[in-house]
Structures are given as structure tokens and as C-alpha cells.
Design a protein around this ligand. Sequence first.
Ligand SMILES: NC(=O)c1ccc[n+]([C@@H]2O[C@H](COP(=O)([O-])OP(=O)(O)OC[C@H]3O[C@@H](n4cnc5c(N)ncnc54)[C@H](O)[C@@H]3O)[C@@H](O)[C@H]2O)c1
Length: 319
Amino acid sequence: MSNWRRSFLKNKKILVTGGAGFIGSHLVRLLLKQNHEVICLDNLISGQYQLVEPLLTHPHFTFIEADITHPLPSMSVDQVYNLASPASPKDYQKNPIATIKTNVIGMANVLDFANSCSATVLQASTSEVYGDPEIHPQVESYLGRVNPIGIRSCYDEGKRSAETLCSDYARQFNLDVKIARIFNTYGPHMRRDDGRVVSNFINQALLGENITLYGNGEQTRSFCYIEDLVTGLVALMNSTHDYSPVNLGNPSEISMRELALMIKNLIPSDSSIIYKALPQDDPSRRCPDITKAKKILSWSPTTDLRDGLAQTISYFKNL
Ligand SMILES: NC(=O)c1ccc[n+]([C@@H]2O[C@H](COP(=O)([O-])OP(=O)(O)OC[C@H]3O[C@@H](n4cnc5c(N)ncnc54)[C@H](O)[C@@H]3O)[C@@H](O)[C@H]2O)c1
């Protein structure tokens, strides 16, 4: 049995910041299933209270409504997953200052808190730290090409600063820190109105509206199903790996036009595909190199895009 599998069999007290969000709500459920005691801390800026409400009666679950830009409540935990941050462009562009403060001041508060109780921290970083990349697929050693003053900067540069803080706390205080660079993730519990491409296309196709493609639709992304992603996060948290970042995502690349057609066929819908101007700083290609995750975590995603989209469509239909 691998080390990380053995270590998560032991019950732990785990704080998940941002646990009322899309990824956090799945992570919290997985950790509860593994018999850990889970504390979810969230200010609900982009989260959904209805995702934590059904867990409130669970004997090992606690919800704290709080903001990580303020010092965290005093308590002792074994692990902290720091997922708190608006993540969709629509959310962070509506709240740019709150977003960068969450990723800088909030990150420092999370690290101070973890240092006070010697907890291991996993930071949910992002492929956005690579900006509009010049190399393809993106490998962890690539330093990125990010605009510091654009409309995405509060998020991209915020996450880059958060990685800097993580590595400085690891070096200065010997804090056990892990950095996951998460690539586009999709699945049930996404908000229908979060403005991300998968939810947009499904929503438009379900309503019979035009499916909006930006630019010529040839830009690519790679989509990882939520269950694969949270398994990767838990594997990294429980590994002996240090603070050097690890890409977590699905390396199968698809163009936005192909994605629109796949969703249109799965629903099925007679929506037309229409084209609009590409937003500022929208990366043209994004695809992870996951050689490192495969090597150190024996992790790789297993869910086929068509199957994952079918699960997501069925969740949206039942909302
Ligand atoms: N979903 C993706 O494809 C993706 C890709 C890369 C990285 N990530 C990262 O993973 C994390 C979770 O993303 P998500 O998709 O679940 O987003 P989400 O918006 O659904 O969840 C983020 C959660 O953090 C909470 N939050 C935000 N600011 C906070 C603050 N200051 N204090 C306390 N809580 C706060 C929100 O209310 C929300 O519940 C984020 O850090 C995001 O940057 C996500």
C-alpha cells in the first residue's frame, strides 16, 4: 500500500477553507467518507450554502462562516486545504480586490494559523499562474507569462503571490506545504451561472439558447472531472512531497468548438453556435503535463470527458 493511502486511513482533524464551493464541497464529502473530522470555513462570496447545509447534522462536520482575510479562529488541526478564493473569471472580476486580498492576506493568515498548530497546508493554486503560455503542454518548471495589470491579474498574480508565501513559510518555518496547480475542473456542484465554459454551454443548450463561442473557438482547454481532481488533492496532501508545485489536471486537450458540439449532442439541443470577441488575456492553449503527479503520486485522471459531461448535465437538469 502506498504511503499516502496508508496515512489517510488514520482519522485526522482537517480544515477546508472554501469548503462551500464547487471543489471544496466534493473534497469535504470525500474526507467525511474517510472518517476524518472536517471543519469547513467559508465566507460564501462565491460558495453555495445549500452544498454544506445537508452536512450540518453530520457528527464530524462543522461549518464556520468566516473570511480568511481576518485571522483564523484559534483551534488545532492536522491538515488545512486552502481552497478559499473566487475561481471563475466572472466571480473574481466582480470582486478583484477581495480576490487578491484573499490570495495574499488570506494566504498569510492560513499559513500563520497552520504554523501555530504545525498543520500541513495544501494550497489550491491554478494553471492560471502560467498565464498565456509560450510552451505546451505546461510543465511545472515553466515560469509563466502573466500580465500584472490586466483584468485577470487579481487572480493570476494573487495565486502566484500565494505560491511565493507558501514556499517562504516552508523555507523559513519548515512548515509542511504542498502546492497543487489545478487545471480546469468540472462536474456536479458547479453553479449554473458561474460563467465558466462548461456550465455556460450546458446551460445554454438546456435552455435552447445560442451557444456562445469566443474568438474562433479553436482555443483549447483540458477538463478534469471533479472526482479525479479531489482524489489527486488528497494524494498530494498525504504524500511526502515538498512544496514544489504539482500540476493536477486532465491532459486530453479539446477545442472550445469541439466541446460545444459534444455538449449539444449529449443534451441534445437545436441551439445554434454563435461567435463573440475573445475576452482580454484569454489564453489560447492550456494543457497540463502531469508526468510529475504520475511519478510522485501514482495519480492520473480516469474519467472520460463524455461520461463526466453526462453526469454534469444530469445534475444541472435536476437543479
Ligand atoms: N474549478 C477550477 O477549475 C479551478 C481551477 C484551478 C484552481 N482552482 C482553485 O480551487 C479553489 C476552489 O475553486 P472552486 O472552483 O471550488 O471555486 P468556488 O468559487 O466554487 O469556491 C471557492 C470558495 O471559496 C470561498 N471564499 C472565497 N474567498 C474567501 C475568503 N476570503 N474567505 C473564506 N472563503 C472564501 C467562496 O465562498 C467559495 O465557497 C480556488 O482556490 C480556485 O482558485 C479551481
